[in-house]
Design a protein around this ligand. Sequence first.
Ligand SMILES: NC(=O)c1ccc[n+]([C@@H]2O[C@H](COP(=O)([O-])OP(=O)(O)OC[C@H]3O[C@@H](n4cnc5c(N)ncnc54)[C@H](O)[C@@H]3O)[C@@H](O)[C@H]2O)c1
Length: 365
Amino acid sequence: MAKDPVCGMEIHDGLAQQRTLYMGEEYFFCSEDCKVKFEGNPEKYSNIPEDEVPETRKVVVIGAGQVGATICYALMMSGIASSIVLVDVNPGLAEGHAMDLNHGLSFVSPTRIFAGNYSDCKGADIVVVTAGAGQKPGETRLDLVHKNTEIFKDIIPKITAYEPKTLLIVSNPVDILTYVALKVSNFTMNRVIGSGTMLDTARFRFLLSRHCRVDPRNVHAYIIGEHGDSEVPVWSQANIAGLALKKHCRVCERNCSPKERDEIFGQVKNAAYEIIRRKGHTNFAIALAVERIAGSILRDENSVLTVSTLINNYYDISDVCLSIPTIVNMNGILKHIDINLDEAERHKLRTSAQTLKKIIGELDI
Ligand SMILES: NC(=O)c1ccc[n+]([C@@H]2O[C@H](COP(=O)([O-])OP(=O)(O)OC[C@H]3O[C@@H](n4cnc5c(N)ncnc54)[C@H](O)[C@@H]3O)[C@@H](O)[C@H]2O)c1
């Protein structure tokens, strides 16, 4: 007879429907609910002595500014990380955020949160990099390139010296900096991921959902290419609950014109400028996008996400980091998805890649 480690109920281990293996030991559960609870926090429920429990699901966030701090908050709220470490060139800022976040711990799942330094990247599953200069009003993401490349050449070796599993780059221009991080780190391409067009894709889905009056989670549509001015909306594959947008438009009474589509994409592309003009920075949606990527890595989800990664032989595009739908799991990326693009989309994707490659060619890396 075994005991469910979560609710304490006695169950016949031979009959138990739900079971899981943790650190070589098998656990039995009375229900799916208990199993999910256990897997969310096995250290709490297993028989393994606390000092023998390996530090799992550790995320280090480098750069505790608007974006970095909000990412920590989103990670803490979701409960997916067992440890969250904040590192900033301004240690007081990281400490202040860690203190503030810790004071909320009685309202969420147990998480260890502290301000640290680069040595805390040891054993990290993910190091999220948000350090760098932010985008100023009127400044394009590409204007930031030289400033942030120099910062990356300094900090990436300090991170990789401790061999974390995955680098997740958020600082802008994210595609260029993902490429810089890849080259400077010498990590294999699956371990270096940029947040890419995750945010743009989310904005696209939100705007389409509002326009078509349907839950954004039922809108399947991608923005690919650069996270920036040359990004590409994949209208040809956009669908609502499996119904191609073209067909959905026919049954919808709103009669959308190509002009309305252009307006939607314009709002996606210019969203960051519009938000920065009003509040000086963007932080909430990008933090949730990063939490989504981190979740797919930490929970080995194999989710299809528009992250920025090194591309080789994709519609004749090679040796550049940009976003296409990609399967993300515990090893970072598993593979890229070959989506069908129409001729115009292909052309735009190649142009986007050329824009990025031109900038990469001017960098001293
Ligand atoms: N990829 C996306 O979709 C996306 C969305 C929003 C913002 N961003 C980018 O994220 C980055 C951060 O934006 P923010 O609004 O948080 O800016 P911010 O200025 O508020 O924060 C940046 C932080 O980095 C720190 N920093 C600077 N140099 C450092 C170094 N060498 N080592 C450690 N820390 C260092 C600063 O002290 C600061 O706290 C920017 O590059 C911004 O453009 C990307």
